[in-house]
Ligand binder design. Sequence first.
Ligand code: ZN
Ligand code: ZN
Length: 300
Amino acid sequence: MLLRSALIALSLVGCGSDSPGSVPAAADAASDAADAADGTRTLANCTTSIAADAPEFFKRYFKCVTITVTATSVVIASEGLPPHKSNYWPNASPNWEAFDTSRGAMYLENPNKLQTQALRFTIPKEPVAKPITINASFVDGVVGTNGEEYGLGPVGVAIDSVALFNPLAAPGDDIEDEKYTFDRYNAHPEMRGAYHYHTASMGPLEVLKSIGAVTNTTPGSAELELYGILCDGTVVLGCRELDGSAPAGTLDPQGGHLHDLVDNKGVKLLAGRYHTHVCPSTAGARRFTPEIQYYTTCQK
Ligand SMILES: [Zn+2]
Ligand SMILES: [Zn+2]
């Protein structure tokens, strides 16, 4: 009870004091400090614990998660709680903000609130490609049409600890309709409170900003765009490669291709890694996460 009343008191102090998106950079630090003081979950105060022997890719980019390694795998555990504001936080949380109604009457909140999750993905260090070629017949946007799709529910984790879902809506729904329930971060929770992304979001780009990798957190405009990793080892990038260049060559029907992931200093972080580009403005790229699991294993 004490905790609950403390949360309510904190929310009275914290809510409405922040208007992200329009805050000049100089005010950003002051508003971050205020957030930390009132108990708001942020990138600055969430707990990140990454094993020293984890691959550099994970050590550099992931926040608010616990990462351990085994001989063959990288194990990512996450509570799936966004280090940013959302209308889907419980109203008593200092992270709660009002639903953004400025986008038009099509946008309506769904009735769920986000809840702490126990996400855990055991991702192979050296994932093995399936013997398939991902062509248009695989990528149809319809759940259950072939055995190579990612499953429903959490299938990966974004670099800000939020769950990643595939782009297939629950049966009877359409992902293009579901997007109207997205919050300002292009996310929403499902019935069990699992808050998740299906598409590009400024949430992961705020991680990149926090480590000095970008100055712009608008999807499509950031200097580089990394969103997260899926259970099988597929990486989800945005309009840009990890080194900031534009994707080159032909992308498969889900915006994917295979090459080394290299940073802007030329350091190879993942060798020969399949990844997809989520980007509405690049030819061949896609607006949503991949539908087809490229590598053999998805261990949750
Ligand atoms: Zn969803
Ligand atoms: Zn690429």
